[in-house]
Design a protein around this ligand. Sequence first.
Ligand code: PLP
Length: 428
Amino acid sequence: MQYKRSSALFAQAEKVIPGGVNSPVRAFGAVGGTPIFIKKAHGPYLIDEDDNQYIDYINSWGPMILGHAFQPVVDAVVEKTKLGTSFGTPTEIETKIAELAVSMVPNIDKIRFVNSGTEACMSAVRLARGFTGKDKIIKFGGCYHGHSDSFLIQAGSGAVTFGSPNSPGVTKGTAKDTLLARFNDLENVEALIQANLNEIACIIIEPVAGNMGCIPPKPNFLQGLRDLCTQHNILLIFDEVMTGFRLSKGGVQQLFGVKADIVCFGKVIGGGLPVGAFAAREEIMNHLAPLGPVYQAGTLSGNPLAMAAGLAMLQALNNDNEIYRRLEEKTAYLHNGMSKVLTESNIVHTINRVGSMISVHFSDTPVVDFQSAADGNNETFKKFFHGLLDRGIYIAPSAFETWFITDALSYDDLDKTIEVVGKVAKTL
Ligand code: PLP
């Protein structure tokens, strides 16, 4: 493959956009090389500016669960566009998608739409603080909830202590209100709660983590968090930006039967347009302006094109009773196939999978939290990534990302992927 035009476009972009990209991971910093510029996409395929075609396992980092240029979404957006692109007034379609989302997801009465997953999580935390009258939050190392200040926090000096900023620009004052816990470690969470009794407003978690590879919760971990939250009057926030409408119609709450107090959405709920949302039972949501004192707003929130895309996507998922079974089967097929060919080449690996989220770790120990994810062999991952890319398989350019499986993938696509993984394994 040659990437001539991509390289030229990247050089041009670097002059006017910091690092040439509008979101850092796209710059290939973790794997080296020059980012590929995509021209168009259809079904499970991406086509770049040099006319190379790839089987896509990024899928816009999650939204394209039914493939690229999914016809009902494209049609809905095109039709809406003809009527005007934004009014800044209420529109009927906002209620339609809200009704559908509320009917699909357990334990929520009301939902508010925003423009990104970051906004959803940031607003959910503000709402939790406003509702409980407490300031501190607990988040988990390796979980990502967008780039708002409260979340850009790393572990402080001791295990049961305050976090510290992991980006310049985040103040120490902000960092002191975010406590960092270990994923899948209930005792660690309990110790944090005990050390900060009556000060914690919420625990926010990716209930199936997808930002350190795919990491499932251990049995009883989520229920344990639920029990601790109930006991200590803490709100449990499930950040389902990745998992919402992907792992089941009702997300992780439905999949594992654990109740959250607030749920955040993004990605799939927008069908590929910029949409986020947060939702909860009425008592909590009524604390939001204009009904309640917690302020939250947005010029483009509930934008008609975004709502049209999201509604078409949720309708397609809601009307297909086989979709989550099909996705699971395809992902399991890929898992088994990749495991087989990696093992044949004696490549040390661990594959994690929940539903249509899957990740390959070059590690021989179970990957259960951030540390065990970080222990994977990054040099092997880099070679693996470029080996796949050069043979037409596009996975995320970082060992800490989940692969997203789309229903548009055929078994031929999966077989081709497994064959390529086998070839690349021989070069590692
Ligand atoms: N929460 C999770 C779990 C995510 O994976 C992401 C983004 O990848 C976000 C929040 C932030 O969403 P956005 O990038 O739309 O701001």
